[in-house]
Design a binder for this molecule. Structure first.
Ligand code: C2E
Ligand code: CA
Ligand code: CA
Length: 556
């Protein structure tokens, strides 16, 4: 239940007091009128200067205005009743005392009319403020919903566009909220100029805008016009200097009545379409389709499954052997997470890891994998007559978090696991979030003896100068690069260059996803250090992995 705030209690008390005052005033007015004292005389002229009725009625209109100002909802209701009552009483008074023929009557009526006018004006501006965004003067969410409802009732065909900005947060974070407000106002003016009178524009929060476009216009062309208008340079005054700023947007579009029949769903579907644009990045404008909604439902379902599986311990690990290419000796294992739900459904990490990465669930998953791999290999590592490496995948969220190295150190100590037998695999996406923290974490881990591998190498776009700064010791060539080396000369040369570059960076190099002997031969020729792939072994369950590393199954 929502608790009543102190403020709203005070307002209620004020309304009651005002209403009591009004009742007293009304009774007094009636009493004075009945006793014929509505006209007062001044001096000997018996001049009808002021009517107490007029003053009192002005007072109660004033009270009505106060009521509306203080509490819109209750004030509006109470004052509407009061207005009706007073108009009625004014008419009665007019009939009774021939008000229009006498000065006090005219004053009385004028005061009443001015008060009614003021009250209506007040009501109107309150009404407007409820549907207007204070910053941009555009419609706010409430105003947009009202406009959508009107169009839906008229059965107009229209589009709803949801706009979100890519790097708006940057302005707020780096230049402060005043500059953020300036950018929002500038953007809203530019969009308004670009769309003219094609529809209704509004802001529904932060940097999220909605545009309702009539189907007389082409939605794609209009969306492109909006993007062009937004992309132009914004000059932000920051006090002492002007900062040039560029901003870009993503737009999602839904259509009435094809996609949905109510404002909330239309906005939600446009938002889903916008989210797809933001996720894929290549396409800035997206139309909603049902597939998108299915994906969203699946995402919500997966989040629930991940949470349940963490609580019920339904995750487990498999271990894919990594081999020294020269002589097929075991180097170690990559730990790969698996999920079998209570309903018996296997869900691939390729599906649930990206979902977990979008929420903080990935942090729990990483913790789970680290602890379980350490626990499972502590004893085999002691039993085996050779050392080997246990590797785990770590999300960008973790490695870019200050204190991760210390947390991992504690976990290694608690498990009593030798750090030189442990490896983490990271991807270059961690560089996008924070270079300094990432390098700091990696350096600390390297100092502890932990191996750090750069996974999926050859798929990203990070500049080499950045990569060279990472104190890693293993480069992992992505499967997509390895796939074609047997059949395509260019891929072969590229793989060769990557291996040489890895060695130049003082790293060892492992190729993943090696599936056949031809690939093995080429990689051997190119002096690749290690390989991992179906050609020598698929991921193994725990029992088979232990048999392998303890020499009960293979020799190495
Ligand atoms: P990844 O880290 O690049 O893992 C390699 C993937 O390639 C694994 O798929 C592995 O089973 C598969 N693979 C290995 N050799 C071959 C081969 O010769 N042929 C083919 N076709 N595939 C091969 P998996 O286990 O489905 O994992 C997919 C992705 O999910 C991983 O890609 C990784 O990004 C993520 N992932 C898996 N386990 C974990 C984990 O424990 N933690 C985190 N954060 N991510 C994980
Ligand atoms: Ca990996
Ligand atoms: Ca990989």
């Amino acid at each position: 239940m929502i608790q009543k705030t102190d403020k709203s209690k005070k307002q209620n008390i004020l309304i009651v007091i005002f209403t009591i005052i009004y009742v007293i005033i009304s009774v007094a007015t009636a009493f004075i009128a009945k006793n014929g004292s509505s006209v007062i005389t001044i001096g000997n002229n018996y001049m009808q200067l002021y009517s107490i009725n007029g003053v009192l009625s002005a007072l109660h209109f004033f009270i009505c205005i106060c009521l509306v100002s203080i509490d819109y909802k209750k004030g509006r209701l109470v004052s509407t009743v009061l207005i009706v009552a007073s108009i009625f009483s004014a008419i009665m008074e007019m009939v009774r005392s021939h008000a229009l023929n006498s000065l006090p009557g005219v004053i009385n009526m004028t005061v009443s009319l001015i008060s009614i006018y003021l009250l209506c004006d007040q009501l109107e501006s309150r009404e407007k403020s409820i549907v207007t965004d204070y910053l941009t003067n555009l419609n706010n969410r409430h105003g947009l919903v009202l406009a959508l409802n009107k169009k839906i009732a008229k059965k107009d065909v229209f589009y709803v566009m949801y706009l979100d900005f890519e790097n708006f947060k940057l302005v707020n974070d780096s230049l402060g909220h005043r500059c953020g407000d300036f950018v929002l106002k500038t953007i809203s003016e530019r969009i308004q100029n670009a769309v003219g009178s094609k529809g209704i524009l509004g802001r529904i929060g932060g940097d999220e805008f909605i545009f309702i476009l009539s189907d007389k216009y082409d939605p794609l062309e209009t969306a492109n016009d909006i993007l062009t208008a937004i992309n132009e340079k914004i000059e932000i005054p920051t006090g002492d200097k002007i900062v040039d700023f560029y901003i870009s947007a993503f737009i999602g579009i839904s259509k009435f009545p094809d996609d949905a029949g109510d404002p909330d769903s239309l906005i939600k579907y446009a938002d889903i379409a916008m989210y797809h644009s933001a996720k894929n990045k290549q396409q800035r404008i997206n139309f909603f389709d049902n597939q998108m909604e299915k994906e969203l439902h699946r995402q919500v379902e997966l989040e629930r499954i991940i949470k349940e599986s963490l609580a019920n311990n339904s995750f487990y690990l498999v271990y894919q052997p990594q081999y020294i290419l020269d002589g097929k000796k075991l180097r170690g294992f990559e730990s790969l997470i698996r999920l079998k739900t209570d309903a018996g459904e296997f869900i691939s990490p390729g599906e649930f890891i990206p979902v977990a990465e979008r929420s903080d669930l990935i942090l729990d998953i990483d913790d789970y994998v680290i602890r379980r791999a350490l626990r499972e290999f502590k004893e085999p590592l002691e039993r085996s007559n050779r050392s080997f490496i246990v590797s785990v995948n770590i999300s960008a969220k973790n490695i870019t978090f200050p204190g991760f190295a210390e947390r991992l150190k504690t976990m290694l100590e608690e498990a009593d696991f030798p750090s030189e037998c442990f490896e983490i695999e990271i991807t270059e996406y961690c560089l996008a979030a924070s270079v300094e923290v990432t390098i700091d974490n990696i350096q600390k881990l390297r100092d502890m003896g932990v191996h750090v591998a750069l996974d999926d190498f050859g798929t990203g776009y990070t500049s080499l100068s950045y990569l060279a700064k990472l104190p890693i010791n293993l480069l992992k060539i992505d499967k997509s690069l390895v796939d074609n080396i047997g059949t395509d000369e260019k891929s072969r040369e590229f793989a060769n260059a990557v291996i040489s570059m890895g060695h130049l960076m003082n790293c060892e190099v492992i190729s993943e996803g090696v599936e056949n002997e031809t690939q093995l031969d080429i990689l051997r020729e190119q002096s690749c250090d290690f390989i991992q792939g179906y050609v020598w072994s698929r991921p193994l369950d725990y029992k088979n992995a232990v048999e392998l590393c303890c020499g009960e199954k293979h020799d190495f």
